[in-house]
Design a protein around this ligand. Structure first.
Ligand SMILES: [Mg+2]
Length: 194
């Protein structure tokens, strides 16, 4: 695997990357009635208004519950401290809501240089939010690492021209090959940035 280029900024996914995963997307989809292969936000967008209200409420209830229970991933506090100490800007890019992000930042006292939530649209896997966050931080995509635990994180970063890092434990998913770097934990990522 190729070594990362010099990194001047990092864009993080939230759920399952900076936090231990607690959102059960299969359960959310079953409760709303979304077929297996369709991502939640895209299914919601395609719904008629009379179904959409109920679906939004189910998603919001799961997200509120998750943000109450959420814990930082092992190594997250150390990594953020490491980056802040080196004045490397950090951004948060999530398909989760602004309410959940505000709760997360307040709970763990993390001060991001830029934030994109789903209300800010368009969302991952679209590269536009990645490009927007790079502009806000004043860094070029080629020097900005996009870190996430899912295919959409890697696709959005790659399409924006950023190096990408997949955080993954267990059997390697097929899309792992698309990422420039695959690590099992954020602690492992610190070593790669040295
Ligand atoms: Mg995630």
């Amino acid at each position: 695997m190729a070594k990362l280029p010099p990194i001047r900024a990092i864009i993080f996914d939230m759920d399952g990357t900076l936090t231990v995963p607690v959102l059960d997307f299969d359960l959310i989809k079953a409760e709303i009635g979304i077929p297996g292969g369709t991502p939640v936000l895209e299914a919601l967008e395609a719904m008629p208004p009379e179904q959409r209200g109920r679906a939004d409420a189910i998603l919001a209830r799961h997200e509120a519950d998750a943000s109450e229970r959420c814990q930082l991933s092992p190594g997250a506090a150390d990594l953020i401290g490491h980056l802040t100490g080196r004045r490397i800007p950090i951004a948060l890019l999530t398909r989760n809501s602004r309410v959940s992000v505000n709760a997360f930042c307040a709970k763990f006292a993390i001060d991001f240089d830029a934030i994109h939530t789903r209300e800010d649209g368009p969302n991952k896997p679209n590269p536009e939010p990645v490009l927007r966050l790079c502009r806000t931080m004043g860094v070029s995509p080629a020097e900005t690492l996009v870190v996430g635990d899912f295919l959409f994180d890697i696709l959005s970063g790659q399409a924006a021209g950023c190096p990408t890092c997949l955080i993954h434990q267990g059997p390697r998913p097929p899309y792992a090959d698309k990422a420039d770097l695959v690590v099992q934990s954020l602690a492992e990522l610190i070593a790669e940035l040295e």
